[in-house]
Ligand binder design. Sequence first.
Ligand SMILES: [Zn+2]
Length: 174
Amino acid sequence: MSTEQPETLPVPPTRLRTPFFMEYPLGLFNGRFSREMRDNGRLMGMVCRHCGFSMLPPQAVCSVCHGENFEDPQWVEMGPEATVAGFMSFNMPFIDTNDLSVQSSAYPVGVLMVDSPGRNAGFLWHYIGETDLSKVHNGMRVRAVFRPEAERKGLMTDILYWEPVRDPATTQGD
Ligand SMILES: [Zn+2]
């Protein structure tokens, strides 16, 4: 009987699945941002008290001037309307980072300049509620459509999409 080992041994495939769950605080500012969406169906951002920059979601430290906004932060309501600054369609499924589920969407996703009383718009990526891409264009106005209150979870998906706002200048007579 030979005791020689073959030079290569087959390695059986191994599959491991280790789910883990975490709970963590969103922080003072993002906590209020999420609660306002869930409970009041509105977008609350902050305007930097040093330079007037609009922050959506709100931030303690300004992205532009690096000024701190910990004390007496200037909360402002932003939206519910926005201007489309760019958009693209989804042609393949994608992973929802909230729960790692695979999602697909018939709606295009847009870069939205959300109305703000600050010196600039707040910026968000979100769905545009129009599946006919020939009707979507940069500069068009859209309005946030929130889920019914009982379905909201304090996530960006509390907004279903942003529906196009009819422009009175181009829809006269209909
Ligand atoms: Zn600033």
